[in-house]
Design a protein around this ligand. Structure first.
Ligand code: GDP
Length: 306
């Protein structure tokens, strides 16, 4: 069994490779629900949904988010009633949110809701949200707290991140299946996701960091930082303002004690000794997942190294 801790886009790309290399029935994804947000009275889970859409081959290739050939008739109409238009939920995407919200209102726990969505999309892997309890990532900026999607979408990450909070985490429990997936896996893979706001909320669920620290699985992390830069998103500037080194070594330091093997890009080969000095092995390879072939190649290299 392979257990993958996953955020959104970076994790999706890696998982698209992994399913080409190992049987999807062998893969359990633990998904970040700290990005979840209520929009128009509906429960939206951006990270979980992008992983589902990516594995179903349904992501809009032009934007890299949302569903392919989606339309925006509903959000356009909602604007007429005074709803803000900044969160671009497509019509098909809204169908997921409507269905999820109805089931949650009926009292179905989130992990069962997600399992149903995974079945409906015909996926062979298991996806479990990190917790059934609400955990909300908040950015602390110069003028106070900002809900995560406001920071990410409305403000386009144009805020100096001075801190990050996972509201509700201290009272949350791991969703059923999460701890077993960490304990019983052959390998636990931390996807090349944002270590602060994608993997961070998962590790903030009580019991989860400990389960990873003591798992007998081989624990692997892939750096989302290549040559001091991100492929996409705010991870680099966030690491910098929070006082971390913006490099694969900085990421490895965050994961110290939690991973056995750090995968870094070949452009960062010179950093391998510094990663190894942190008490982990280092695998240097091409980690730019710009095609299906390259996604599969990275997954194959990691599986072989295990
Ligand atoms: P988000 O929740 O949608 O922001 O997605 P994640 O947290 O899962 O992923 C964001 C991170 O993925 C960014 O820091 C990117 O640098 C990283 N990323 C995206 N594509 C690639 C890639 O092809 N290779 C590597 N190594 N990292 C990537």
């Amino acid at each position: 069994m392979f257990t993958v801790l996953a955020g959104g886009v970076g994790a999706s790309r890696f998982l698209q490779g992994l399913v080409q290399v190992v049987d999807p029935s062998e893969i359990t994804v633990i998904s970040n629900s700290g990005d979840d947000v209520e929009m128009f009275g509906l429960h939206v889970s951006p990270d979980t949904d992008i992983v589902i859409y990516a594995l179903a081959g349904a992501v809009n290739p032009e934007t890299g988010w949302g569903l392919t050939a989606d339309s925006f008739a509903v959000v356009d109409q909602l604007e007429r009633f005074g709803y803000a238009r900044w969160f671009n939920l497509g019509d098909k995407d809204l169908a997921m949110a409507i269905h999820r919200t109805r089931l949650l209102h009926e009292g179905i726990p989130m992990h069962e809701v997600v399992a149903g969505l995974v079945r409906a999309w015909g996926l062979g892997c298991t996806i479990i949200p990190m917790s059934n309890d609400p955990i909300r990532t908040r950015i602390i900026g110069p003028d106070g707290e900002i809900p995560f999607q406001d920071y990410m979408v409305k403000l386009r990450t144009d805020v100096e991140v001075r801190g990050v909070e996972f509201a509700g985490a201290e009272k949350a429990a791991p969703a059923p299946g999460v701890l077993a997936a960490l304990r019983d896996a052959k390998a636990v893979i931390l996807a090349p996701s944002n270590p602060i706001v994608s993997i961070g909320p998962i590790l903030a669920v009580p019991g989860l960091r400990d389960a990873l620290a003591h798992s007998r699985a081989t624990r692997v992390a892939i750096s989302p930082i290549i040559a001091g830069e991100v492929v996409k998103g705010p991870a680099a500037k966030m690491l910098q303002t929070l006082g971390h080194e913006v490099s694969a070594v900085g990421v490895a330091r965050i994961y110290q004690g939690l991973v056995d093997l750090m995968v870094i890009d070949e452009r960062d080969a010179a950093l391998a000794p510094a990663v190894e000095a942190l008490g982990m092995s280092c695998l240097v390879t091409d980690t730019i997942m710009s095609s299906d072939e390259k996604k599969a190649a990275l997954a194959r290299t990691i599986v072989a190294a295990l």
